[in-house]
Design a binder for this molecule. Structure first.
Ligand code: UD1
Length: 419
């Protein structure tokens, strides 16, 4: 069990390079096994969620080889196993993409119930509704989902709620269905577009990804392809917020600035200077921060996955700040940890009221989930004295080389092993 120890109040300066997007990678890798062929995926983040998927693939009998730290060769030519019910599968939320991928290729699948961060109820009813509409029979047992179909037939599917996972999962299966599938009220997140782009390179026919109507015309088979994953919007946002809270001057490199629009606009409103380059954003925080309201929404709205990090920043913005969490029903479990550092936060359902305080003070806190862990780092960087963060395993699920990247920006942060 590792801990991160941060000696706070060091301004961050310099450049940080952003890794490949976790939420794109965990969808693109299952997409890759839909081809009876070889795929090479580049710019994969070196994080625990990818290790869990790699281990799952190996157990399923897929030949995988890392060509370097970020490039994986996936050979699923001999794949016959349509069942993924291993411990690794239960560790990550995105293992549900194996359902759509296997259903598309083999017309059957059995996958353990997905795990991942716990922020309230995380149903997959929309995924299952989509598979049923394509003609699959769905059986849900206590710990697994089974799908089977004689054949898959295109259908028009209206998503009752905008869901990244359901949009991508139905898109995967529909690529190899007969006829045309139309997903209405589809999610527009960058990782939906990235997965569609990869599938199209594999021979799929997907139009409209990135809008709220996606049209998929089924093809008979997909072929191997090489693909580079997009940069991680949430990792980039985490470093932008860290620069802002420390009064720093940081260039966040290797990103798609457009993906950061909702955060850039909010930081600008707070008095932080944002300078956009072609594939970078410079964040200069040299003025007092102004209090703001933040509402999370599906893309292009403010991402829920940056809500805890933003909350950490708002703890030191004088005046009243209000966050409304519109995506998840229980995403404030980390607030008790922020309070240990001296934050003044009260929660009422989906609303967090944050009264800015002059300073945070170091203490022992826990990463209660992946992005909550990132919020603890951000708060720790601003706090006076030493902050100890336990449960770093959650942070490692989604942030590559986290302490090295922060250290290179001048943070006083180290990882220690604890029995
Ligand atoms: C993905 C991201 C996660 C992010 C979330 C919202 C991955 C691997 N994870 O999760 O980091 O927080 O998008 O941006 O990409 N819902 C249903 N029924 C369903 C599916 C979802 O009611 O079948 C609801 C959820 O409870 C939630 C909302 O829809 O309230 C959005 O969830 P969704 O977009 O599906 O999240 P994930 O794809 O699981």
């Amino acid at each position: 069990m590792d801990k991160l120890i941060i000696n706070g109040q060091k301004k961050l300066f310099g450049e940080v390079s952003i890794s490949g997007a976790k939420n794109a990678a965990v969808a693109v890798l299952p997409a890759a096994i839909m081809a009876d062929d070889i795929c090479i995926i580049d710019n994969l983040p070196s994080i625990e969620d990818i290790t869990s998927l790699f281990n799952t693939f190996e157990k399923m009998g897929i030949k995988c080889e890392f060509l370097d730290k970020h490039t994986l060769k996936i050979d699923s030519r001999n794949l016959e196993n349509v069942s993924a019910t291993y411990d690794e599968v239960k560790k990550i939320r995105a293992s549900y993409y194996l359902l759509g991928a296997l259903l598309g290729r083999f017309k059957k699948a059995e996958v353990s119930m997905p795990g991942g961060c716990n922020f309230g109820s995380r149903p997959i009813d929309l995924h299952l509704k989509g598979f049923k509409a394509l003609g699959a029979e769905v059986t849900v047992t206590e710990d697994a989902v089974k799908l089977s179909a004689e054949k898959l037939t295109g259908a028009t599917i209206y998503m009752d709620q905008v869901s990244v996972g359901a949009t991508i999962n139905v898109m995967l299966a529909a690529c190899l269905a007969e006829g045309t599938t139309i997903i209405e009220n589809a999610a527009k997140e960058p990782h939906v577009v990235d997965t569609a782009n990869f599938l199209n390179i594999m021979g799929a026919n997907i139009k409209g990804a990135g809008t709220d109507v996606i049209r998929i015309t089924g093809v008979e088979k997909l072929h191997g392809a090489e693909y580079t994953i997009i940069p991680d919007q949430i990792e980039a946002g985490t470093y932008m917020i860290a620069a802002a809270i420390t009064g720093g001057d940081v260039v966040v490199k290797n990103i798609i600035p457009k993906h950061m629009d909702s955060l850039s606009a909010k930081l600008d409103e707070m008095n932080v200077t944002i300078e956009e380059g072609d594939d970078s954003i410079r964040v200069i925080s040299d003025k007092p921060l102004k209090n703001v309201n933040v509402k999370t929404m599906s893309y292009p709205g403010f991402p829920t996955d940056l809500q805890p990090q933003m909350a950490a920043l708002l703890t030191v913005c004088m005046g009243e700040n209000i966050i409304t969490e519109n995506v998840w029903d229980n995403r404030y479990q980390y607030v008790d940890q922020l309070k240990k550092l001296g934050a003044d936060v009260s929660i009422d359902g989906r609303i967090a009221k944050i009264q800015g305080v002059k300073k945070l003070t170091g203490n022992s806190v826990s990463a209660t989930d992946l992005r909550a862990g990132a919020a603890m780092i951000i708060a720790g960087l601003a706090a006076e004295g030493v902050t100890e963060i336990s449960n770093v395993k959650y942070i490692d699920r989604g942030y590559e080389d986290v302490e090295h990247k922060f250290k290179s920006l001048g943070a006083d942060i180290k990882r220690v092993k604890v029995d």
